[in-house]
Design a protein around this ligand. Structure first.
Ligand code: A2P
Length: 280
């Protein structure tokens, strides 16, 4: 495993296991397969409804707490100072973890276009700062924040966000947001780094993957890493769970990185913080 260092010096495994819906079936088997394959970074959220399963699987693994990196998130309906603190305490209890490695604001809006959300995000951020100062979280950040959301938050923030978790994959790399984050030393982590497998059959990807002797999914994960982004792939298959970690033995050439960064839009989820979800 390789690591990224966040701006406050905290080390984060460079690939995390995405748990959204990954645990709908045999949750313990999936989480155990991920742990056995070598994942130590697990991404969950209050909204996913699986924090208790994630916490139980990690507790049963017998791994030292210091080997694990666990992220959770405050859901959009819990924006606000008090609501965010309550949300954190509930997450902490369900996970069985007194200290959480990374706590994120899940979305910058309660509902797309909600005029009260920018002010609520600032209040939520004050709660995250308080938890950080109290040592209950090792790092704090946001998710699905675009540059304008970050600019507004950072005007009043006393501690700048350390992470922004975004949808990021070939065909939807959100380069404007990535560039803003990199200019402010905010580490981007990627949800749906495989575009939910929607563009793994794209000819550019399949041709390139064959050239590198890797799968299209591995190419997407390498694309994220070579862009300085930490991917959070999901899978319920033990083989693919393991395959998705076998990406530390190659790099993409600058030309191929550009080809992937400049693909026409494919594989987008249809989610945008300022718009109602679009059908895709
Ligand atoms: P499965 O669970 O059957 O492996 P994302 O992480 O971008 O949201 O994508 C998740 C989707 O990608 C799931 O449908 C998952 O299916 C699929 N997937 C995960 N890893 C691979 C892989 N290595 N090759 C092909 N599909 C994959």
């Amino acid at each position: 495993m390789e690591y990224f260092t966040l701006k406050n010096g905290v080390s984060m495994p460079a690939i995390g296991f995405g748990t959204y819906k990954a645990t709908d079936g045999d949750d313990r088997a999936v989480l155990d397969a991920a742990r056995r394959a070598g994942y130590r970074h697990f991404d969950t959220a209050a909204f996913y409804g699986n924090e208790a399963e994630v916490g139980a699987a990690l507790a049963a693994s017998g791994l030292p707490r210091s080997d694990l990196f666990v992220t959770t998130k405050v859901w959009r309906e819990d924006l606000g100072y008090d609501a965010a603190l309550r949300s954190f305490e509930a997450s902490s209890q369900r996970l069985g973890l007194e200290v959480i490695d990374l706590l994120l604001i899940h979305w910058p809006t309660r509902t797309p276009g909600d005029p009260d959300s920018p002010a609520l995000c600032r209040e939520t951020w004050r709660a995250l700062e308080a938890l950080y100062r109290a040592g209950r979280v090792r790092a704090i950040g946001v998710s699905n924040f675009l540059p304008h959301h970050l600019m507004h938050l950072m005007e009043t923030a006393e501690i700048a966000p350390m992470v922004d978790q975004l949808e990021f994959h070939p065909g939807y790399p959100q380069l404007a947001a990535l560039q803003f984050c990199q200019a402010h030393d905010i580490r981007v982590t990627a949800w749906s780094p495989l575009g939910r497998a929607r563009m793994l059959t794209d000819p550019t990807l399949t041709e390139m993957a064959a050239r590198y002797g890797k799968s299209p999914a591995q190419l997407c994960l390498r694309f994220a890493l070579d862009c300085g982004v930490c991917p959070l792939p999901k899978s319920v298959s033990p083989d693919r769970i393991a395959q998705n970690l076998a990406v530390f033995d190659f790099h993409l050439s600058p030309e191929d990185l550009s080809r992937l960064a400049c693909l026409p839009q494919i594989g987008w989820s249809g989610e945008h913080p300022d718009r109602p979800r679009l059908p895709v």
